[in-house]
Design a binder for this molecule. Structure first.
Ligand SMILES: *[C@@H]1O[C@H](CO)[C@@H](O)[C@H](O)[C@H]1NC(C)=O
Ligand SMILES: *[C@@H]1O[C@H](CO)[C@@H](O)[C@H](O)[C@H]1NC(C)=O
Length: 244
């Protein structure tokens, strides 16, 4: 009995479904594989961008002490943008137990991306993102399959932001990169972004780069640099063409 009813009802559904000319086929910008990448800021709501706009600016570190760098965005240019690689065994990368590194110093040693814990804030009450000597915060890695976009994960649930902020070490304003932890809205029973007024939400998108050879005597090692998906040129992507 069921075998005759089922095809009939399916056929009924199909003919009843409104057939529009535009079918929604997921379509995403093409990625490549690379061992190194830069991190390019994507302002998720362009109407909130700063003046001048920081969309497509790149992640860099400014020195704030021996082995410490604050994470900032610089306009894209020949010398700007740290080159990163993702470090870990295949297993670690798969389970988000690796981290993202960048080489610095002479001889080169590894700097990792650190994201401040929820109870750690800077002078302005923000959660710092920094590039310091060491492994970095584990699980701050590029998203991978089944996620579509190769963007940098943060700590817990939240979003990266770009902020107009005075960096005390220089007593000068920079566009800093910070992390915000979502807050639970008991009315909607949903987690919502919690973005300070001087900040805007960004994604940090991987753009393929070249991993330099390390000189003799380096303290860094590229033995565990994994291949990542990245875009050839993030600023050339017209996001309106992609979706759903
Ligand atoms: C980048 O920003 C645009 C809005 O300008 C958005 O449509 C797109 O999804 C963003 N890309 C990523 C990888 O988040
Ligand atoms: C890179 O990953 C390997 C494999 O887990 C680990 O032994 C090494 O300490 C990591 N390097 C850094 C600087 O964290």
């Amino acid at each position: 009995m069921l075998t005759t009813i089922l095809p009939l009802s399916l056929a009924g559904l199909a003919s009843a479904a409104p057939f529009t000319s535009r079918q929604v086929v997921p379509n995403y910008p093409e990625t490549q594989l690379s061992k190194a990448f830069r991190l390019v800021a994507n302002v998720t709501d362009p109407s909130k961008d700063f003046d001048p706009p920081v969309n497509n600016w790149v992640f860099n570190g400014i020195h704030t002490g021996a082995g410490f760098n604050d994470a900032v965005l610089f306009a894209d240019g020949d010398s700007s943008g740290r080159v990163f690689y993702q470090n870990g065994t295949a297993e670690e990368i798969r389970y988000y137990e690796g981290s993202v590194l960048s080489d610095g110093g002479t001889p080169p040693f590894p700097f990792g991306i650190y994201v401040a814990a929820e109870d750690q804030t800077d002078a302005d009450g923000y959660h710092d993102v920094s590039l310091n000597v060491g492994t970095g915060t584990k699980s701050v890695q590029l998203q991978h399959f089944p996620e579509i976009y190769p963007v940098l994960r943060g700590a817990g649930q939240g979003t990266y932001v770009a902020c107009n902020q005075v960096v005390p070490y220089y007593n000068k304003e920079y566009v800093t990169i910070r992390w915000t932890y979502d807050i639970f809205d008991s009315e909607t029973a949903l987690y919502e972004h919690n973005i300070p007024d001087a900040c805007i939400a960004i994604k940090l998108v991987a753009e393929c780069a070249t991993l330099n050879d390390l000189p003799e005597g380096s303290l860094s090692s590229h033995e565990y640099a994994s291949n990542v998906n990245c875009y050839k040129d993030v600023s050339a992507i017209d996001w309106t063409k992609y979706g759903p």
